[in-house]
Design a protein around this ligand. Structure first.
Ligand code: SAM
Length: 213
């Protein structure tokens, strides 16, 4: 995603620290206190401009959503959407997903969404893919035993790689869909990238992977 320098981003994040939570690791095992309830926690990694998480929060008010986004200049746009939505069940974190085990304790997360993650097609960048085994090990640690990962992408290379990685590292695939938009799934909320790629006629791939059967 293209990043524009936004000199106002630091001030904006400071003013909206009730939405984009600073010192997020201090909330490990205590996110329910910020939400004011013990509803299940769903985490989106690489939230981008926030359309998916804002709409999911509206559709599922009984679920708490946390969006993790590395880029400060992008998370501010997601924060603006969350503010406009006035949904109390969505928070954002400006962090690298590589540090996800500092943010959540064992079993604290029910679902992880990986939406249109950067594919990093070169072999030498494999470690950066969000389904590389070092990431999967961290997801396994924070997911509850019935938890799952839901991955969507337009990129066949990343999809195939992720299917192999999930299978190799102990996840069980419960869905492998090669054309998500050909089925009628009223629960599917589109991300910004999903809208862009499907408008060009590209198929969208989705899979679900869980720790146990
Ligand atoms: N999910 C959005 C969508 O589908 O429209 C954005 C997709 S964009 C290709 C990938 C996003 O993931 C970017 O905003 C990028 O900054 C973020 N990202 C990449 N690596 C990350 C990481 N290690 N931790 C958190 N966010 C990351």
């Amino acid at each position: 995603m293209r990043q524009r320098n936004k000199p106002w981003a630091d001030d904006f994040l400071q003013e909206n620290s009730h939405i984009v939570i600073p010192n997020s690791s201090s909330h490990k095992n205590n996110w329910h206190e910020l939400f004011g309830n013990r509803n299940p926690i769903h985490v989106e990694i690489g939230t981008g401009k926030g359309q998916f998480i804002s709409e999911m929060a509206k559709q599922f008010p009984e679920i708490n959503f946390i969006g993790i986004e590395l880029a400060k200049s992008i998370i501010v746009t997601a924060a603006q959407k969350v503010i406009l939505s006035k949904q109390p069940n969505v928070l954002l974190v400006n962090e690298d997903a590589a540090n996800i085990i500092d943010l959540f304790s064992a079993n604290e997360v029910a679902t992880i969404y990986l939406n249109f993650s950067d594919p990093w097609p070169k072999n030498r960048h494999e470690k950066r893919r969000l389904t590389y085994h070092t990431f999967l090990e961290k997801y396994q640690e924070i997911l509850d035993p019935l938890g799952e990962i839901v991955l969507k992408t337009d990129n066949m290379g990343l999809f195939e790689y992720s299917l192999m990685s999930f299978s190799q590292y102990g996840f069980v695939l419960s869905e492998v869909n090669l054309d998500l938009h050909s089925i009628d799934d009223p629960t599917n909320r589109m991300t910004e990238y999903e809208e862009k790629f499907s408008a060009k006629g590209q198929p969208i791939y989705r899979c679900r992977a869980s720790i146990s059967n």
